[in-house]
Design a binder for this molecule. Structure first.
Ligand code: 0WD
Length: 261
């Protein structure tokens, strides 16, 4: 058992994107809880709410609250953050761990992507960060930090990642523009670029399993990463330890991104 050092004591963090115990956001929730954060979970489907409550119980963790939020819907985002403001007053952090694309586009040629599917991936995986940052700004009255989750497919061509790679490129760029806008309000915005991890979303990418073997062979650390490692890095970026860091993309990928061929 690892004991935290209370780095998030007295901080309220909204966690978006826990679907089950494999979710990256769940790894983040465990790290933040260990450090003393009070956590508000947003969920889209009732099924995810049930899963989050079960996970909390199994891990002997208490939540500060639960709020429904579908990031595809502006009214839902507004309602969620209005509720958060009323119920909790001030928040200090947001974990944005949400993305979606049509699985038919996560295989074969990128060239075949259709307009609606392209816009859908951008809407759920990129615009959601902007909309959430805007809604959250007022509730982050004491300053704070926002962290989103990206992937190497933003920077390089990763087979089959296609429309999601282009969405992650836009996400990383949005992190920089948001960091500039929100910096003057004392809000930092950063991304973690995680190595591949077996989650429900990852299953949607054709051939994703092959990546794990390549990384074991080629990454400097000769292994893959897990949710807990991404959780600790995300916690770091949310905490005061990272108070001088904004607009950054931090790779948590066993060093794979530095390798040429
Ligand atoms: O290898 C991986 N798994 C990597 C994932 C490597 C690097 C980055 N990432 C990113 C993903 O692209 C995503 O941005 O991390 C983030 C989280 O991914 P995950 O942990 O792999 O995803 P998963 O456990 O499948 O949860 C994603 C959740 C959805 O689950 P459900 O089953 O309820 O759809 O994203 C949420 C939802 O909880 N989500 C939404 N939430 C609100 N509104 C929406 C929406 N419209 N769409 C998806």
């Amino acid at each position: 058992m690892v004991f935290g050092m209370g780095h998030m004591e007295g901080k309220v963090v909204v966690i978006m994107g826990v679907a089950n115990e494999r979710s990256i956001a769940w790894g983040v929730a465990k790290s933040l809880y260990r450090e003393g954060a009070r956590e508000v979970f947003t969920y889209r489907k009732e099924r995810s709410l049930v899963a989050i409550k079960k996970l909390l119980e199994e891990n002997d963790m208490q939540s500060f609250g639960f709020v429904q939020c579908d990031v595809a819907d502006d009214a839902s985002i507004t309602a969620a953050f209005d509720h958060i403001k009323q119920a909790y007053g001030v928040i200090h952090g947001i974990v944005h761990s949400i993305a979606s694309a049509d699985p038919t586009d996560l295989k074969d040629d990128f060239l075949n992507v259709e307009r609606d599917n392209f816009l859908y991936a951008q809407n759920i995986s990129v615009y959601s960060l902007i909309a959430v940052a805007k809604a959250a700004q007022e509730v982050m009255a004491e300053g704070g930090a926002i962290v989103t989750q990206s992937y190497l497919g933003a920077e390089r061509v990763v087979k089959n990642y296609n429309v999601m790679g282009v969405a992650k490129a836009a996400l990383e760029s949005s992190v920089k523009y948001l960091a500039e806008d929100l910096g003057k309000h004392g809000i930092r915005v950063n991304a973690v670029s995680a190595g591949p991890i077996r989650t429900i979303s990852a299953k949607g990418v054709s051939g994703f399993n092959d990546l794990f073997r390549v990384i074991e062979q080629k990454a400097p650390l000769r292994r893959n990463v897990d949710q807990d490692e991404v959780g600790d890095a995300t916690f770091f970026l949310l905490s005061n330890l990272a108070r001088g860091i904004t607009g950054e993309v931090l790779h948590v990928d066993a060093g794979y991104h530095i390798i040429g061929v």
